[in-house]
Design a protein around this ligand. Sequence first.
Ligand code: NAD
Length: 269
Amino acid sequence: MPASDRVVIVTGAANGIGKACARRFAEDGLRVVVADTDRTAGKALAEELGAEKEKALFVDCNVADRLAVANLLAETLSTFGRVDVLVNNAGIVSKGDILNLPPEDFEKVISVNLTGAFLVARAAARQMAEQIHENDERTDDCRKRYAIINMSSVNAVVAIADQLAYCATKGAINQLTKSMALALAPMGIRVNAVGPGSINTDVLKAVLEDRSAMSKVMSRTPLARIGDPDEVAGVVHFLASKDASYITGECIYADGGRLALNYLASSSD
Ligand code: NAD
């Protein structure tokens, strides 16, 4: 089977970074499963990517819900018959620091960003393992075909006081990535993460509209601009490609230089 016949599941694919990833894979000829809770945008994207020609499929899936995740795999298999790449991208934020964040809000963010990523990865990895076993695939070939990419953040490494839950989940995503990479390496399934900085999506809308908040963001961004979702999708696409066949357990940061910066960016002087 040629590598271009691969099937990719992208969670949180109806908007923002996930949408850019879904488009990028579709352009490359992969069949794409758009998994999201946003039915209107998700269906529209699947139609745009070729649902009628059986090139794309929308599945209404809350990644925090075990049954919905089981249904995601079942619908993917009944339509496309296999899974080769997973982009674990769905994520939410909830404002609050250690003194004021309600436990329910903490649990909600953990359930989507961390438990959700675990549930979808577990289901996809089991399916990939079954395919590898059934088809007696060579590990060398698997490294070019099978990949899981988890969406991390610069907030896995640095933190924001009033984004306690979000920062905790992104730190955990990096360790989830490493532990999964070690478990799946013998089969040739590679697991990596991508850590965006500030990217132009709905999540950043409030910041983009607030001059003082934007100036703070820019003071921490050496490349002196907000990133585009396509610039994250490009890294995700690379990690899923055969060019990345010797990379596993890594997180690549697409952050405009933020993590390299100690003091403030020179453009903010
Ligand atoms: P976004 O809000 O534009 O898109 C998120 C998508 O996830 C939406 O389509 C939403 O409907 C979907 N979603 C939310 N909860 C879901 C659930 N329970 N199950 C399935 N789908 C769900 O956000 P974005 O900026 O594109 O963020 C995508 C990922 O990138 C997230 O993991 C986020 O943490 C990460 N990220 C974003 C930035 C940024 O600056 N935008 C920076 C670092 C990391």
